[in-house]
Design a binder for this molecule. Structure first.
Ligand SMILES: [Mg+2]
Length: 382
């Protein structure tokens, strides 16, 4: 990812899979704008499930019109974490486990209104149980305060704004190594390390937030969310014919701020500081803060569903340490090792299908076996 601070075209720095629209520097400006626009529109269209495009390096069976056949084939490459339970447990023997969880689409369902992405009580209970035994952190694109409001568990560590706002355990060596890391206290009065590598961008982000709230106010369904170190513009509820208008609003604002960049997630465009920091870096920071940097006796597990989680999956893969688990109900290329999705998901009618995230469905399906997850972790440290 190109994160040069003097980059003049922030839209081009995103690592989004825009292979068809990835731009060179020799095009004329007018054409460039059109291509950029159509490229991002393509990406906007494909950024949310159901995702019907299958990746090129999976075998031809993935193009099967039968989604179940395609999914089963994809599972050969990204086996179900639950089906691979014994394998993971064997690998975890004698290792210290740490669990890292994305929020939206992983712990909570993807819903029409992002303000209503509540996690189920079952999920909260499962996370609470796991956190009893192992250090557990949420790494979300939401603001840290907001994701804490949703989760409501004091026993977790929280990293908001795609890891640009981390409240983690105190560790002297970490705070000395990171200039933006300071001692603070959490809501319970416990001493913590607060790390905000993009702190200097706060006034700029506030300006962008105000501009975008104003410029999108006439686009029906557009929602601008303040995530402290990034601004999210949701277009899930915008008619597709108006997606260009959303994109243009974001472009009009961001072009005034060369130190900001635009990325996109599931039906959301995000503006964030152009710093070399992402969920992968946040994961490394938290591992270091926990004293878990040594790969030999540590097994980090990261569960996530979105493109931004790929940075964390990649870190684990490159360190050859731990597992990324992709929550997905459709085949897609990933840096994760395993996947999660309810096996009977295709049997759900669409209305119910949309109600739950894949991870929720897994827990619902294995409701009587949630102990299974807990037992796994207990077993793993024996
Ligand atoms: Mg997510």
């Amino acid at each position: 990812m190109d994160l040069k601070s003097n980059h003049s075209a922030p839209v081009l720095t995103d690592s989004a899979p825009l292979s068809k629209s990835r731009l060179g520097g020799i095009m004329k400006t007018g054409v460039l704008d059109d291509v950029r626009s159509s490229g991002w529109l393509d990406a906007m269209k494909s950024s949310s499930p159901p995702h019907k495009k299958f990746t090129k390096d999976l075998n031809h069976e993935l193009s099967s019109p039968d989604p179940e056949v395609a999914y089963r084939t994809w599972l050969l490459k990204y086996p179900s974490a639950l089906a691979s339970f014994e394998q993971i447990a064997n690998f975890a023997k004698g290792k210290r486990i740490a669990l890292f969880l994305d929020y939206d689409g992983t712990l909570s369902p993807i819903v029409e209104n992002p303000e209503s992405a509540f996690m189920s009580d079952d999920m909260r209970s499962a996370v609470k149980k796991v956190a009893k035994y192992f250090p557990t952190a949420i790494i979300s694109g939401r603001s840290r305060d907001k994701v804490y409001e949703f989760v409501g568990l004091t026993e977790l560590y929280y990293a908001g704004s795609h890891g640009m706002d981390i409240m983690g355990p105190v560790r002297q060596s970490v705070s000395e190594d990171h200039p933006n890391c300071m001692k603070s206290t959490d809501k319970q009065g416990n001493e913590v390390n607060l790390f905000q590598p993009a702190r200097e961008f706060l006034p700029m982000i506030d300006e962008v937030l105000s501009s975008l709230v104003k410029s999108t106010e006439n686009i029906k369904g557009a929602q601008v969310e303040n995530n402290k170190f990034c601004v999210s513009v949701h277009y899930r509820n915008v008619d597709e014919e108006n997606w260009t208008a959303v994109w243009e609003c974001v472009q009009d604002v961001i072009k005034k701020y060369p130190r900001l960049r635009m990325t996109h997630g599931r039906k959301v465009l995000e503006i964030r500081p152009m710093i070399d920091w992402d969920k992968g870096k946040a994961l490394e920071f938290l591992l270091e803060s926990l004293g878990f940097s040594n790969c030999d006796d540590v097994l980090p597990i990261y569960v996530g569903d979105d493109r931004t989680d790929e940075d964390a999956f990649k870190v684990l893969r490159e360190r050859n340490c731990g597992y990324g688990i992709l929550v997905s109900r459709s085949p897609k290329e990933s840096n994760a090792y395993y996947s999660l999705r309810n096996p009977s998901e295709w049997e759900f009618p669409r209305t119910k299908f949309e109600m739950y995230s894949s991870f929720d469905l897994v827990l619902l399906e294995f409701k009587g076996k949630k102990r299974f997850l807990k037992d796994f972790f207990i077993y793993a440290v024996k």
